[in-house]
Design a protein around this ligand. Structure first.
Ligand code: NDP
Length: 301
């Protein structure tokens, strides 16, 4: 029977881990705030999920260890020491990092693990909390193709589309660029709709047109109708994390000395919005920030 460990029971990690709780796999969970792991294991006691007290304990004897933290440095910081992942991971095991991380840190982590015969894949996900709950995430993977084939059944527990993007760091890079596009769409759609409202056009009417025309995006088709016009702004993905993702995309471009004014500006705008709105704001709440700058709300009469 395979043994899997899942570390990082946050907004997206929790529903991902739930799919790994199956009777034919042993699942161990670890979370920095232990209470979350205790409650998670309790809720899945029938599937024999266990919570452990250290990353080392999670990794000991595990075939696959999956991590899902805010940034790659969080993974790196859990490698060392008597309680760290390296104290538990055995040669032949694989660490799959589902953090939306950065390529440079993933490459450093992979090199350290390779010295001990441990595999590594960067495997960030897209599809949001709803996709994680439905087991329909897209998983973008960087690393060795044969290693991916070995762990594919575990990724299929929460992922519907699993794409090998290239060498270590390629998954992180694709994820960062995807999210930079999300950020760009959120900001530009907010500017456009606020401008139209000032010009006397109802946002719902404008979206009705845009969403059957060439300016549409996931932001205009789903996020604005469901979260902005309703003023619901549910908290599913923190603005802090989107700021981090856009920053990674901008850094990847700078590392290659590419002229990318749009990416760099988006990174700057999201850095300011994150600083102004704090750690707990949802990513769609950046629209509120744009509304404040423009002095108009995107809502119906
Ligand atoms: P959350 O902020 O909800 O959860 C973060 C998790 O990481 C918590 O379990 C937290 O533990 C843990 N953690 C934070 N810092 C550390 C640390 N230094 N050491 C150990 N554990 C730590 O984040 P999400 O679940 O939303 O996001 C996780 C990753 O997934 C991010 O990279 C994000 O960009 C990505 N992602 C998120 C999506 C979403 O819709 N939410 C969609 C796609 C990708 P504790 O309980 O102690 O706080």
């Amino acid at each position: 029977m395979s043994t899997i460990a899942f570390l990082g029971l946050g907004a997206i990690g929790t529903p991902m881990a739930r799919h790994l709780a199956r009777s034919d796999w042993n699942l161990r969970v670890w979370n920095r705030t232990a209470e979350r792991a205790v409650l998670f294991a309790k809720s899945l006691a029938a599937e024999k999920v266990t919570h452990v007290r250290t990353p080392a304990e999670a990794a000991r004897g595990a075939d696959v260890v999956i991590t899902c933290f805010p940034v790659s440095r969080d993974v790196e910081s859990l490698l060392d020491g008597p309680d760290g992942l390296l104290a538990g991971l055995a040669s032949g095991a694989t660490l799959v990092d589902c953090t939306s991380g950065d390529p440079a840190t993933s490459q450093r982590i992979a090199a350290r693990l390779a010295e001990k015969g441990i595999g590594f894949l960067d495997a960030p996900v897209s599809g949001g909390v709803a996709g994680a709950e439905g087991g329909t995430l897209t998983v973008m993977v960087g690393g060795d193709a044969a290693t991916l084939e070995r762990v594919r059944p575990y990724l299929e527990a929460f992922g519907k589309k699993i794409v090998h993007c290239g060498a270590i760091g390629a998954g992180d890079a694709v994820k960062a660029v995807n999210n930079a596009l999300l950020a760009l769409h959120l900001w530009s759609t907010a500017e456009g709709l606020a401008t139209l409202r000032k010009a006397g056009v109802e946002p719902a009417v404008a979206l009705d047109v845009i969403n059957t025309s060439s300016g549409r995006s996931n932001a205009s088709m789903n996020l604005f109708p469901e979260r902005v016009l309703t003023r619901a702004f549910p908290r599913t993905f923190r603005l802090a994390l989107l700021d981090k993702d856009v920053g990674i995309a901008a850094q990847v471009a700078r590392d290659q000395k590419l002229p990318t004014p749009m990416l760099q500006l988006t990174a700057e705008l999201f850095r300011a919005a994150h600083a102004g709105m704090g750690e707990e704001a949802d990513h769609v709440e950046v629209v509120r920030w744009v509304e404040q700058l423009m002095g108009v709300e995107i809502k119906g009469e």
